[in-house]
Design a protein around this ligand. Sequence first.
Ligand code: DMJ
Length: 493
Amino acid sequence: MRPLRPSSLPLPRRRAVLGAGGVVPALAALARPAAATAAPAAPSPVPSPGRRADPEPLPSDAAVAREVRAEFLHSWQGYRQAAWGYDEVRPVSGGRHDFFAAGHSFGLSAVEALDTLWVMELDEEVAQAADWIEAHLDPVADVDMPVFESVIRLVGGLLAGYLCTGRPELLTRCRELTDRLLPAFTASPTGIPYTRVNLRTGAVAGTAPPLAEIGSNVAEFGLLSRLTGDSRYVDAAKRAYRAVLERRSSLDLLGTTLHTETGQWLDDVSCAPNPPVDSFHEYLQVGGELLDDRELRDWYRLLTDAVLRHQLVEQDGLSWFRQVGAQDGRPRGTNQSELGSFYAGLLAKGGDLATARSYYRSWTALLDRHPVLPEQLDFATGEVRSARNDLRPEYANAAFDLWRLTGDEEYKRTAYRYFDALRTHLRVPGGYTVAEDVTGSPMRLGDLTPGYWFAENPKYLYLMFAAAPRFDYARGLLSTEGKILRGAVRPGA
Ligand code: DMJ
């Protein structure tokens, strides 16, 4: 373990500036050359990128926004008809799925959808969802809740719902739920949270949280502290982050999983930006921005520099991130999860625009081969390690972030192509579904609309094309689950 030396932490790099219109290529001027790299283990088999010689013209922005909204409504109606009040719908069979615990529903998809419905001006649907939540969501259910999922999905969803609609009951419910989750942090001797807590009894369990579960709460908790004037939430979140930073290696790298009670690393592999680490890094940037917190921003810069220094592999205009030992920086693997593709957007927001663009291009190049991205690949061999697709939003998330920062139409073009592929392959009469195997033709489909579908993919796509009057493109800030934590424009509020 290495003592933290806050005074020695570097100053944050220049920050992105958005103009009044929200879409200016401000970051282009801030781009810096990519960080020093190491040679990859083997030539990347992913074809080199390049704009298509003759790209198909896009429909007008307004037409695309209408298409996205219609597809979102199609999936929402699928949920309404087959699984209203349940967590998730199985759109092929018409079944339901309890996400958090068998036999208990928190109406997850309704919570996830609240701010997406609102920004799309589907006000009747917003009212139906909010009414259900206020009447039925039970924050003291006798359930061992997964803390991380509860925070990013339910706490974040209720916060965004409150900010969008102004309905005070949503904030009340959010606070009740967070109070019940808090023992996972306050009962910990190290500050590293337990992974589960029983909402009724407060009993905690689960002593091996990966980094994403330790840090992906500072945005929601920080905002809740602001809204309520109660600092317990942000204090718990910062304590957890500090506990991790204190345990960084001499290379400023982190392992993946820590023990809640001993504070020891349970492994020493730095696998960023892949899960289960991904949003740990994201929330240093998002939290730093939302809370105007210098310490979080400094930590983001420190850890990001180390990831770029030791993990970035560049070749043929593509960029990937290998796994390395946190203590020695030695290569440990070349696995790449689709969830890591969000990192292109995060790097852009953090000021590393050249690397951000290059990493995004890598995923776009992969789309030439797999129009719906597989969950996992080995970037050194091109082997698909998981052929599933769980209706993931990360590529669209990165497109949205990059487009918002650069104004480059290429991000719209590639995002539309991605949307069109999802519509072609994963749309079913009951909504949208995950795929078991995206490498076959036709793709083999599964039977689930994950709750995050209602929070993420359609929202990023819609915001890119709609010029939505309810979203402040200059100030808007979204959580890791796509929740609008800042920038909801409520007329008259
Ligand atoms: C979402 O729940 C969030 O984006 C989270 O940060 C990780 N990824 C899933 C969807 O893929």
